[in-house]
Ligand binder design. Structure first.
Ligand SMILES: Cc1cc2nc3c(=O)[nH]c(=O)nc-3n(C[C@H](O)[C@H](O)[C@H](O)COP(=O)(O)OP(=O)(O)OC[C@H]3O[C@@H](n4cnc5c(N)ncnc54)[C@H](O)[C@@H]3O)c2cc1C
Length: 471
């Protein structure tokens, strides 16, 4: 092992090879503090060539590498195992924006760029980079691509996959694939870019990307709307889709229980809607015409929704600051859950037509089997994406409850998801958390194809082994 460390030292300066326990520690535990691993070293390369040389060295010595960005993932994908033999390769020093191409409306950037920085750099040139999620102050574009992150703008702009035009990737052999083309059309055979996006570091290390930019909207209006059932919430969504079409950029659902948890831990995040409604929906419209145009449109749709009995109350944000408060309220649910203690996270998608029956049946099954259990359900409803999270009963020891009941609860929810033709991972990915779930619910043919791809691209199994799929 000493010889590996000294060979690494021929690629990177010593200060970028972390071997002391206290230096490595911040990179060895995941955001939820669910997994802690050990590592031979944490390496911090600055260039694609350095990444390639590190992979070549590891391939020659059969040492596994765990790629890591901002370490905000929810599935333990960026955490090494506990052998102490893996190397964590963190990309945070690769944070250069290589080019903003105004005519092509693209940005070429390195994997370690922090998402919020990318949004800000794009805005400086009057562009919108639409990917937006609660971790944007720390997650990195490489991690977003590797997990195919979703977030709050998927309804209008799609997932990270839809925003990406080209990639630069270091393969498991340590070769550099330069696919940094900013093309919106390219039908030259298999789509290699789409193979690496969402592969969670198991097929290659993403070092740079070409991403799409969009015109900045002139005006955005945000409103909170109270509804009394999932059925009316979906009908409200359909009404907005029909009337506002592509101007609808956000449609987030929060249940009474999730907002009560918010208020408990962050009293400033109290719901401004009176009467504690069963469902609170955050709706955002973005317009490229004028402020008056979008405000008028929003009011007209809300009036129609009232008339049709789809909603009971609404508060329109008066200014940008209030709109931000509404969004913070939504984003703080994840943080409130972390404050409350260990919980069982689920990140599922269900076709909207099956959502109501999924929620009714699954709520009933879980509550019957685990009296006192709390269901903290919220999510990107416009995408059919629920964070259907389970918190132990108030008087239970959280760790003990989860240890005893985690498996059957996961299985119950996953079976319900399968019954409704949904997905057990809408946006957070698989990592190590859902390895078994994916094997059981992806379907045997799809799972075999995934194993074949992994074997073909990484025959030595050195890139993030035992994450997503085991070979
Ligand atoms: C408060 C909060 C809110 C969140 N909200 C959302 C949300 O709305 N939508 C959503 O989708 N996610 C959300 N997440 C989850 C997380 O932020 C995303 O998954 C994000 O994309 C991870 O980026 P990262 O840089 O932190 O990646 P990491 O956590 O470092 O890594 C994630 C995975 O990608 C791999 N990886 C990282 N970088 C590379 C690379 N350069 N090449 C190859 N593989 C790589 C890792 O090995 C790992 O498997 C949230 C997280 C938090 C903490």
């Amino acid at each position: 092992m000493n010889s590996i460390l000294s060979q690494l030292n021929q690629i990177l300066e010593q200060k970028y090879i972390l071997i002391e326990e206290e230096d490595k520690a911040p990179y060895l535990t995941d955001w939820r503090k669910r997994y802690t691993g050990k590592a031979l070293a944490v390496v911090l390369p600055r260039t694609t060539q350095e990444v390639a040389k590190i992979v070549q060295l590891c391939a020659a010595n059969q040492i596994a590498l765990v790629p890591q960005g901002g370490n905000t993932g929810f599935c333990g994908g960026a955490t090494p195992d506990d052998s102490g033999e893996q190397i964590v390769l963190n990309l945070k020093r690769m944070n250069t924006i290589r080019e903003i191409d105004v005519a092509n409306q693209t940005i070429t950037l390195e994997a370690g760029c922090i998402l919020q920085t990318v949004q800000e750099k794009a805005a400086e040139q009057d562009f919108l980079f639409p990917l937006s999620l609660g971790a944007e102050g720390s997650c990195m574009i490489g991690g977003n691509l590797a997990t195919n992150a979703g977030g709050t703008n998927v309804l209008r702009y799609g997932n990270t996959r839809d925003l990406c035009l080209g990639l630069e990737v270091v393969t498991a052999k340590g070769e550099i694939w330069n696919g940094l083309k900013g093309l919106r059309k390219d039908n030259t055979g298999y789509d290699l870019r789409d193979l690496f996006i969402g592969s969670e570091g198991t097929l290659g290390i993403i070092t740079a990307a070409v991403m799409k930019l969009y015109p900045l909207p002139i005006s955005q209006w945000t409103t909170l709307v109270a509804t009394d059932s999932i059925a009316s919430t979906i009908a409200l969504l359909n009404l907005f889709q029909k009337r506002a079409t592509s101007l609808l950029t956000g449609f987030e659902m929060m249940t009474q229980e999730s907002l009560a948890l918010n208020e408990k831990h962050f009293p400033r995040m109290a719901n401004p809607l009176k009467g504690n409604p069963p469902y609170t929906v955050l709706i955002e419209l973005s317009d490229h015409e004028s402020e008056a145009h979008v405000r008028q449109l929003l009011e007209t749709i809300l009036e129609e929704a009232f008339g049709a009995g789809l909603m009971t109350d609404a508060v329109i944000a008066n200014n940008l600051a209030q709109a931000k408060t509404f969004w913070h309220m939504r984003e703080h649910i994840t943080l409130a859950q972390a404050e409350e203690g260990a919980n069982l996270k689920h990140d599922i998608t269900i076709p909207l037509s099956a959502l109501e029956s999924f929620i009714q049946e699954t709520d009933a099954l879980i509550k019957a089997q685990y009296p006192g259990i709390r269901i903290i359900n919220f999510g990107h409803l416009g995408d059919g994406n629920l964070h259907y999270n389970i918190a132990p009963p108030l008087d239970a020891d959280h760790q003990a409850f989860n240890a005893a009941h985690e498996k059957p609860i996961y299985e119950l929810i996953y079976s319900q998801v399968e019954r409704c033709h949904g997905s057990i991972s809408a946006e957070h990915g698989v990592g190590q958390l859902k390895l078994e779930g994916l094997r059981a619910h992806k379907g045997p043919v799809a799972h075999d194809i995934m194993k074949a791809l992994k074997t073909a691209l990484d025959p030595q199994n050195i890139l993030n082994p035992h994450k997503v799929v085991s070979i």
